[in-house]
Write a protein that binds this ligand. Structure first.
Ligand SMILES: [Zn+2]
Length: 204
């Protein structure tokens, strides 16, 4: 896990937004390999082991087929033209290596399938992610969601910055606070609305 990513992490427990404090036991270059991350509000501790940060029990996710076509489609759906942090959840993480070659962006993986974990070494990997994303609000440029429960969809809107894209299975409902851009038989893509800006009018 890149040291820079630690700033984006938050305790997923239902209390006020708070960052996690890392006590590193092993660091290589700019990567945390083994560490304990603690929450100073609820006292929860999360273990970073071999670069994977654990929040709950492991889930086994189904890989997605990897091809040039799927890689290009995903890059287009994510609108990943800007440098930034993009999260690939579950099966989407199968595309991490090929997307990493195509795009100059940071990728964070949530519960990647076993086959994708080796290739993802060195990236940020979150394991056992529940219904709340362990991330700061407005910290992601894009999120490709695989396990689309309603709480995960709602919280995905929170962790996206304005203009950030969310991809989810076509069968999932589109949560509030995000505008659908397009859909096909497999997925929909939506964009988080920018907050309304009130322009202060200068007095004459
Ligand atoms: Zn906490």
């Amino acid at each position: 896990m890149l040291v820079d990513l630690i700033d984006r992490l938050r305790c997923p427990k239902p209390h006020g937004d708070t960052w996690l404090v890392a006590a590193a036991s092993r660091t290589e270059h700019r990567h945390l390999v083994d560490a304990t991350l603690g929450c100073h509000i609820c006292g929860a501790e999360y273990t970073l082991r071999a670069g994977e940060l654990w929040f709950g029990d492991a889930t086994e996710e189904t890989p997605m087929p990897v091809s040039e076509g799927e890689t290009l489609r995903t890059a287009a759906l994510l609108g990943a033209v800007e440098r930034g942090l993009y999260l690939l959840d579950g099966g989407w993480a199968s595309l991490a290596a090929s997307l990493g070659e195509l795009l100059d962006v940071d990728l964070l993986l949530a519960d990647p399938p076993a086959i994708a974990r080796g290739a993802a070494a060195g990236r940020g990997i979150l394991r056992g992610v529940g219904d709340r994303w362990p991330l700061a609000s407005a910290s992601l440029h894009g999120l490709a969601l695989s396990r689309a429960t309603e709480p995960r969809l709602d919280d995905a809107v929170r962790v996206l910055r304005a203009g950030g894209r969310l991809i989810a299975p076509a069968s999932a409902p589109v949560p509030a606070g995000i505008r659908e851009l397009t859909r096909d038989g497999r997925h929909w893509v939506a964009e988080k609305a920018a907050p309304l800006v009130t322009l202060a009018r200068g007095s004459r």
